[in-house]
Write a protein that binds this ligand. Structure first.
Ligand code: SAM
Length: 166
C-alpha cells in the first residue's frame, strides 16, 4: 500500500545518522505522468507510458552510443521518501519485514532502479517505457541493461530504430 510518511502498526523507525549524499550529483531529471504516489505504479512496465529522462549539462555528451541499446538500467533518487525505517509493513497489516527484503522506496539511501525500453533519443533526452517514479525525480545514472551489455563487443543489434514513433 502506498504511504506518505506515516508509521504503520508493527513498523520500527530508528534515529539515523545525519544524511549526507556521499558526493552524488543529480545528472538530470525524470519527467513522468505521475505527480502523486497514489497513482504511481509500484514497478514500471515495459508497456507503460512513455517517460522523458532529461540529462543536464555537462553530462549530455555521455549519452553518446546509448542509442545502440534496446534496454537501459536507470538509477534515480526517490527524493520524497523517508529514510529511517528498518521494519516495514507494506500491506499495513501489522506484519513487518526488514527494509532490505523489500523494494520499498523507504530505505536509508532511497535509490530506485528500473529496466526500461529505450524508445527514442532526442538530443539530451531519452524517451523510455518502464519507469515507476514521480514527475521530477532526480536522475542518478543511466547504464546499458547488464543482460545486453558485452564489454568491447560490437554494438547490440536492435529490432527497431531510435526515432520510431512512440
Ligand atoms: N523500481 C524501483 C526499484 O525497485 O528500486 C522503485 C520501486 S518503488 C516500490 C516505486 C514507488 O516509489 C512508487 O510506486 C511510488 O510510490 C514511490 N516513488 C516514486 N517516485 C518517488 C520519489 N521521487 N520519491 C519518493 N517515492 C517515490
Amino acid at each position: 500500500m502506498v504511504r506518505e510518511s506515516e508509521i504503520r502498526p508493527g513498523e520500527v523507525a530508528v534515529d539515523p545518522p545525519a544524511a549526507a549524499d556521499a558526493g552524488l550529483v543529480f545528472i538530470g531529471r525524470i519527467r513522468t505522468p505521475w505527480t502523486s504516489r497514489l497513482e504511481c505504479p509500484r514497478q514500471g512496465r515495459l508497456d507503460g507510458p512513455s517517460c522523458r529522462i532529461e540529462v543536464f549539462e555537462p553530462w549530455a555528451a555521455a549519452l553518446d552510443g546509448i542509442g545502440g541499446f534496446e534496454r537501459l538500467e536507470i538509477l534515480y533518487w526517490l527524493h520524497l521518501s523517508r529514510r529511517d525505517l528498518v521494519l516495514q509493513s507494506p500491506r499495513n497489516d501489522g506484519a513487518a519485514r526488514g527494509t532490505f527484503s523489500l523494494r520499498t522506496p523507504v530505505r536509508p539511501n532511497p535509490i530506485g532502479t528500473s529496466i526500461v525500453r529505450l524508445v527514442a533519443v532526442e538530443g539530451a533526452a531519452l524517451l523510455v517505457r518502464g519507469l515507476d517514479c514521480l514527475d521530477d525525480t532526480p536522475l542518478l545514472d543511466v547504464k546499458p541493461d547488464r543482460t545486453l551489455f558485452a564489454p568491447l563487443a560490437p554494438p547490440q543489434q536492435r529490432d527497431f530504430q531510435v526515432g520510431d514513433p512512440t
